[in-house]
Design a protein around this ligand. Structure first.
Ligand SMILES: C[S@@+](CC[C@H](N)C(=O)[O-])C[C@H]1O[C@@H](n2cnc3c(N)ncnc32)[C@H](O)[C@@H]1O
Length: 204
């Protein structure tokens, strides 16, 4: 198996990382942030709602180490960051139907093939997330880039298997975050008065 120490997310579409699956205690709901950086959002979620497990999937190993050290310092044992590539490693991290929520907070716009540079939520990723989500599980995406938000919404609204329902109405953005937790980028945007596009979908 290949182990990469330093990773350029621009070129990260296809390679696998030697992933160590997180511990997921039976019966405890699991929330996952894809591209979690320093895991600020997940740490805040754990304070907001401690009776869950929080997993950050992050391709930058230094972020993973820093996040896990910070969680240890703060005694947030239910938060764990894993060094992994969300484009290929998810099925090796989570059993089918095990995840309650996926969060994509300010995803980088270059996760997929060059011709879809903007696209973050591809039909393939939606199918994968759908398989990993429990019934009633949710996907939330937040971004300050309107094209990314609209692209993601189009993919979820057009999902061929019609597995997802918009948490408000079809083709409608959320008015606000239903959570108190904020990611680092989210806080920066809010402080600078930058509009954040938010969408939420539930699997049924
Ligand atoms: C713009 S930052 C947003 C970080 C955080 N979610 C926030 O809102 O502050 C995007 C993050 O996604 C990570 N990332 C990019 N491609 C990834 C991939 N293929 N797998 C896992 N993480 C990835 C980057 O390393 C970076 O930490």
């Amino acid at each position: 198996m290949r182990i990469r120490q330093h990773v350029n997310p621009l070129k990260a579409n296809f390679f696998q990382i030697a992933v160590e699956p997180p511990e997921l205690p039976a019966g405890v709901p699991v929330e996952v942030e894809l591209g979690s950086a320093e895991a600020h959002f997940l740490m805040a979620r754990a304070v907001e709602d401690p009776a869950r497990v929080y997993v950050g999937v992050e391709i930058r190993r230094d972020h993973v180490a820093l996040a896990n050290a910070a969680c240890e310092r703060r005694g947030l044992n239910q938060v764990r960051s894993v060094f992994a590539n969300l484009s290929v490693d998810l099925p090796r991290l989570f059993p089918a139907g095990r995840v309650s929520r996926f969060f994509l907070n300010f995803p980088d716009p270059w996760w997929k093939a060059r011709q879809h540079k903007r696209r973050v939520m591809s039909p393939e990723l939606v199918a994968e997330l759908s398989g990993l989500l429990a019934e009633g599980g949710e996907i939330y995406l937040a971004t300050d880039v309107f094209d990314i938000a609209l692209d993601a919404m189009a993919v979820l609204e057009h999902d061929v298997s019609r597995r997802f329902v918009n948490l408000r109405e079809p083709w409608t953005f959320l008015r606000e975050s239903p959570f108190a937790a904020r990611s680092r980028r989210e806080r920066q945007c809010e402080a600078a008065g930058i509009h954040i596009w938010r969408l939420g979908y539930r699997k049924f």
